[in-house]
Design a protein around this ligand. Structure first.
Ligand code: FES
Length: 158
């Protein structure tokens, strides 16, 4: 069955379209809306967005593949992004990443067997002053310690 927004999200799209001067400008907000519903952006979603915004599918696909915040495959219920850029790396980001990998039993880029957590790495998330840090879904967790990571991951697993 082709992808379609829920009636509620479709109303949200109508509202989004009033805020932009062109349909093309609404591409990223619409992709976020679709991802919120579907979890990831597959070819069906690309086709849907391209039809709704009168854009070539290649344009939509280009946006999806450019931004790492768009998932191109099924991911876990929660996403943990460990920043690995230099300021975080200097303050132990690699150790934090390896600690997460060990705690979750997966490598970066993988999802736990229960489908709850996808572990990823990120480039600078603009919180260098509180390195090391990671983003969990839409929230930042800063000045990480192993104890803080334990607490964060336990909450996600419960
Ligand atoms: S380097 Fe990690 S937030 Fe900037």
């Amino acid at each position: 069955m082709p992808f379609a927004l829920t009636p509620e999200r479709d109303r949200e799209l109508t509202d989004i379209l009033t805020r932009y001067p062109t349909k093309m400008a609404a591409c990223i907000p619409l992709l976020h809306l679709c991802q919120e519903q579907n979890g990831f952006i597959d070819d069906d979603v690309v086709t849907f967005v391209s039809h709704r915004l009168d854009l070539p599918p290649a344009h939509v696909k280009g946006v999806v593949t450019f931004y790492t915040l768009f998932n191109q495959h099924k991911v876990g219920k929660h996403q943990v992004w460990v920043c690995r850029t230099l300021p975080c790396a200097l303050r132990g980001a690699n150790d934090m990443l390896h600690y997460c990998e060990k705690k979750l039993g997966i490598k970066a880029g993988e999802t736990t067997a229960d489908g709850k957590i996808t572990l990823r790495t990120a480039e600078c998330l603009a919180s260098c002053g509180s390195a090391p840090m990671m983003q969990v879904d839409k929230d930042y967790h800063e000045n990480l310690t192993p104890a803080a990571v334990d607490e964060i991951l336990e909450k996600l697993r419960s």
